[in-house]
Design a protein around this ligand. Structure first.
Ligand code: MG
Length: 228
Protein backbone atom coordinates (compact mmCIF):
# COMPACT_ATOMS: atom_id res chain seq x y z
CA UNK A 1 0.00 0.00 0.00
CA UNK A 2 1.34 3.43 -0.85
CA UNK A 3 1.87 5.63 2.16
CA UNK A 4 -0.83 8.25 1.55
CA UNK A 5 -0.44 11.52 3.36
CA UNK A 6 -3.41 12.79 5.33
CA UNK A 7 -3.81 15.90 3.19
CA UNK A 8 -4.94 15.57 -0.41
CA UNK A 9 -2.34 15.94 -3.14
CA UNK A 10 -2.58 19.25 -4.98
CA UNK A 11 -1.47 18.92 -8.60
CA UNK A 12 -0.81 22.08 -10.56
CA UNK A 13 -0.40 22.78 -14.21
CA UNK A 14 2.42 25.31 -14.80
CA UNK A 15 1.81 27.63 -17.77
CA UNK A 16 -1.41 29.61 -17.44
CA UNK A 17 -2.00 28.26 -13.93
CA UNK A 18 1.02 29.12 -11.75
CA UNK A 19 2.75 31.21 -14.44
CA UNK A 20 1.33 33.98 -16.59
CA UNK A 21 0.51 32.63 -20.05
CA UNK A 22 1.25 36.10 -21.47
CA UNK A 23 4.89 34.99 -21.76
CA UNK A 24 4.06 31.97 -23.94
CA UNK A 25 1.71 34.07 -26.09
CA UNK A 26 4.49 36.58 -26.55
CA UNK A 27 7.04 33.92 -27.57
CA UNK A 28 4.88 31.73 -29.81
CA UNK A 29 2.43 34.23 -31.28
CA UNK A 30 4.54 37.38 -31.52
CA UNK A 31 8.27 36.69 -31.46
CA UNK A 32 8.35 33.38 -33.34
CA UNK A 33 6.45 34.78 -36.37
CA UNK A 34 9.01 37.62 -36.55
CA UNK A 35 11.97 35.18 -36.33
CA UNK A 36 10.38 32.76 -38.78
CA UNK A 37 9.84 35.58 -41.31
CA UNK A 38 13.46 36.71 -40.94
CA UNK A 39 14.80 33.13 -41.26
CA UNK A 40 12.74 32.23 -44.31
CA UNK A 41 12.66 35.61 -46.01
CA UNK A 42 8.89 35.92 -46.06
CA UNK A 43 6.46 38.58 -44.88
CA UNK A 44 5.15 38.61 -41.33
CA UNK A 45 1.73 37.82 -42.72
CA UNK A 46 3.00 34.70 -44.55
CA UNK A 47 4.98 33.64 -41.52
CA UNK A 48 1.98 34.01 -39.20
CA UNK A 49 -0.14 32.05 -41.67
CA UNK A 50 2.38 29.16 -41.91
CA UNK A 51 2.85 28.98 -38.17
CA UNK A 52 -0.89 29.07 -37.58
CA UNK A 53 -1.28 26.08 -39.91
CA UNK A 54 1.44 24.16 -38.04
CA UNK A 55 -0.19 25.07 -34.74
CA UNK A 56 -3.56 23.76 -35.97
CA UNK A 57 -1.99 20.45 -37.01
CA UNK A 58 -0.19 19.77 -33.76
CA UNK A 59 -2.32 21.35 -31.03
CA UNK A 60 -2.87 19.06 -28.01
CA UNK A 61 -0.18 16.57 -29.09
CA UNK A 62 3.21 15.92 -27.51
CA UNK A 63 4.84 17.66 -30.50
CA UNK A 64 2.96 20.84 -29.70
CA UNK A 65 4.77 21.05 -26.38
CA UNK A 66 8.22 20.14 -27.68
CA UNK A 67 10.68 22.97 -28.20
CA UNK A 68 12.93 20.52 -30.09
CA UNK A 69 10.09 19.66 -32.44
CA UNK A 70 9.36 23.32 -33.15
CA UNK A 71 13.01 24.23 -33.59
CA UNK A 72 13.35 21.51 -36.24
CA UNK A 73 10.00 22.28 -37.84
CA UNK A 74 10.38 26.04 -38.19
CA UNK A 75 14.17 26.41 -38.38
CA UNK A 76 14.35 28.76 -35.38
CA UNK A 77 15.97 27.75 -32.05
CA UNK A 78 12.86 28.13 -29.92
CA UNK A 79 14.60 27.32 -26.63
CA UNK A 80 17.17 30.06 -27.29
CA UNK A 81 14.29 32.38 -28.15
CA UNK A 82 12.67 31.64 -24.78
CA UNK A 83 15.98 32.28 -22.99
CA UNK A 84 16.37 35.57 -24.81
CA UNK A 85 13.14 36.84 -23.22
CA UNK A 86 13.53 35.06 -19.89
CA UNK A 87 12.96 38.32 -17.99
CA UNK A 88 9.33 38.14 -19.17
CA UNK A 89 8.57 34.83 -17.41
CA UNK A 90 6.24 35.80 -14.56
CA UNK A 91 4.30 34.19 -11.74
CA UNK A 92 0.55 34.71 -11.65
CA UNK A 93 -0.73 36.91 -8.84
CA UNK A 94 -1.04 35.07 -5.53
CA UNK A 95 1.16 32.15 -6.63
CA UNK A 96 3.74 32.41 -3.85
CA UNK A 97 1.13 33.20 -1.23
CA UNK A 98 -0.77 30.05 -2.20
CA UNK A 99 2.31 27.82 -2.36
CA UNK A 100 3.59 29.06 1.00
CA UNK A 101 0.18 28.36 2.51
CA UNK A 102 0.08 24.84 1.06
CA UNK A 103 3.59 24.08 2.20
CA UNK A 104 3.07 25.33 5.75
CA UNK A 105 -0.19 23.37 5.99
CA UNK A 106 1.38 20.11 4.88
CA UNK A 107 -0.26 19.66 1.48
CA UNK A 108 1.83 17.61 -0.96
CA UNK A 109 2.20 19.82 -4.06
CA UNK A 110 3.02 18.53 -7.52
CA UNK A 111 3.51 20.03 -10.95
CA UNK A 112 2.20 18.09 -13.93
CA UNK A 113 3.14 20.02 -17.05
CA UNK A 114 2.90 19.54 -20.77
CA UNK A 115 6.02 21.70 -21.11
CA UNK A 116 8.91 19.52 -22.27
CA UNK A 117 11.76 18.76 -19.84
CA UNK A 118 13.97 21.61 -21.13
CA UNK A 119 11.13 24.12 -21.05
CA UNK A 120 10.05 23.00 -17.58
CA UNK A 121 13.60 23.27 -16.23
CA UNK A 122 14.02 26.72 -17.76
CA UNK A 123 10.77 28.09 -16.28
CA UNK A 124 11.48 26.61 -12.84
CA UNK A 125 14.96 28.11 -12.81
CA UNK A 126 13.55 31.49 -13.76
CA UNK A 127 10.86 31.43 -11.10
CA UNK A 128 12.71 29.53 -8.33
CA UNK A 129 9.58 27.45 -7.72
CA UNK A 130 11.06 23.94 -7.69
CA UNK A 131 11.48 23.68 -3.91
CA UNK A 132 7.74 23.96 -3.32
CA UNK A 133 7.04 20.68 -5.11
CA UNK A 134 7.36 17.03 -4.12
CA UNK A 135 6.86 15.78 -7.67
CA UNK A 136 7.57 17.68 -10.89
CA UNK A 137 6.71 15.81 -14.04
CA UNK A 138 6.72 16.62 -17.74
CA UNK A 139 4.44 14.87 -20.20
CA UNK A 140 7.60 14.31 -22.24
CA UNK A 141 8.84 11.97 -19.48
CA UNK A 142 5.48 10.20 -19.31
CA UNK A 143 5.24 9.81 -23.08
CA UNK A 144 1.69 11.13 -23.37
CA UNK A 145 0.23 14.64 -23.22
CA UNK A 146 -2.05 15.43 -20.28
CA UNK A 147 -4.98 15.41 -22.72
CA UNK A 148 -4.65 11.58 -22.80
CA UNK A 149 -5.93 9.35 -20.03
CA UNK A 150 -2.67 7.37 -20.42
CA UNK A 151 -0.81 10.34 -18.96
CA UNK A 152 -2.74 9.94 -15.71
CA UNK A 153 -2.44 6.15 -15.65
CA UNK A 154 1.33 6.42 -16.05
CA UNK A 155 1.60 9.19 -13.47
CA UNK A 156 -0.35 7.09 -10.98
CA UNK A 157 1.94 4.10 -11.51
CA UNK A 158 5.11 6.21 -11.20
CA UNK A 159 3.90 8.31 -8.27
CA UNK A 160 0.88 6.75 -6.53
CA UNK A 161 -1.65 9.27 -5.18
CA UNK A 162 -5.18 9.11 -3.89
CA UNK A 163 -7.04 9.99 -7.06
CA UNK A 164 -10.49 10.75 -5.66
CA UNK A 165 -9.10 13.05 -2.95
CA UNK A 166 -6.63 14.92 -5.16
CA UNK A 167 -7.02 18.44 -6.53
CA UNK A 168 -5.91 19.28 -10.05
CA UNK A 169 -5.78 22.87 -11.27
CA UNK A 170 -5.29 23.54 -14.98
CA UNK A 171 -6.31 26.27 -17.43
CA UNK A 172 -7.05 23.86 -20.34
CA UNK A 173 -10.47 22.22 -20.49
CA UNK A 174 -9.35 19.23 -22.60
CA UNK A 175 -6.75 18.42 -19.95
CA UNK A 176 -9.29 18.68 -17.15
CA UNK A 177 -11.58 16.39 -19.15
CA UNK A 178 -8.98 13.60 -19.28
CA UNK A 179 -8.21 14.04 -15.56
CA UNK A 180 -11.94 13.72 -14.91
CA UNK A 181 -12.15 10.53 -16.97
CA UNK A 182 -9.27 9.15 -14.95
CA UNK A 183 -11.12 9.94 -11.72
CA UNK A 184 -9.39 12.90 -10.10
CA UNK A 185 -11.88 14.12 -7.53
CA UNK A 186 -11.45 17.89 -7.54
CA UNK A 187 -10.93 19.69 -10.83
CA UNK A 188 -10.55 23.44 -11.03
CA UNK A 189 -9.84 25.88 -13.85
CA UNK A 190 -8.40 29.39 -14.03
CA UNK A 191 -10.34 32.58 -14.85
CA UNK A 192 -7.51 34.46 -16.54
CA UNK A 193 -4.53 32.30 -17.61
CA UNK A 194 -2.88 35.26 -19.38
CA UNK A 195 -2.78 38.69 -17.75
CA UNK A 196 -3.26 40.07 -21.26
CA UNK A 197 -6.03 37.66 -22.26
CA UNK A 198 -9.75 37.22 -21.82
CA UNK A 199 -11.42 36.37 -18.52
CA UNK A 200 -13.24 33.04 -18.56
CA UNK A 201 -16.73 33.25 -17.12
CA UNK A 202 -18.05 29.81 -18.09
CA UNK A 203 -16.63 26.36 -17.61
CA UNK A 204 -17.88 22.90 -16.61
CA UNK A 205 -15.35 23.21 -13.75
CA UNK A 206 -15.17 25.59 -10.79
CA UNK A 207 -13.21 28.70 -11.80
CA UNK A 208 -10.46 30.23 -9.64
CA UNK A 209 -10.70 34.00 -9.97
CA UNK A 210 -7.56 34.33 -7.85
CA UNK A 211 -5.11 31.55 -7.08
CA UNK A 212 -5.51 32.31 -3.38
CA UNK A 213 -9.22 31.36 -3.62
CA UNK A 214 -7.97 27.76 -3.48
CA UNK A 215 -6.98 28.34 0.17
CA UNK A 216 -10.62 29.08 1.01
CA UNK A 217 -11.82 26.01 -0.92
CA UNK A 218 -9.39 23.75 0.94
CA UNK A 219 -10.35 25.21 4.31
CA UNK A 220 -14.03 24.61 3.56
CA UNK A 221 -13.26 21.01 2.52
CA UNK A 222 -11.30 20.48 5.77
CA UNK A 223 -14.22 21.83 7.81
CA UNK A 224 -16.63 19.52 6.01
CA UNK A 225 -14.38 16.54 6.84
CA UNK A 226 -14.16 17.59 10.50
CA UNK A 227 -17.90 17.85 10.96
CA UNK A 228 -18.90 14.94 8.72
MG1 MG B 1 -1.69 25.44 -18.90
Amino acid sequence: MPNYSEKPTIIFDMDGTLLDLAYDDFIWNHQLPIRYAATHGCTLEQSTESLFQFYQQHNHTLNWYSTRFWSAKVGVDTLALQHEFKHKVALRAGCLELLNYLKSNGYPCWIASNADCEGLKFKLEQTQLADYFDVIISSETIGYAKESIEFWQQLQSLHPFQTDQAYFIDDTEKVLNSAKKFGIGNLITIAQPSSKGKIRTESPYPILQDLTDLMVMLEQAEDLKKYA
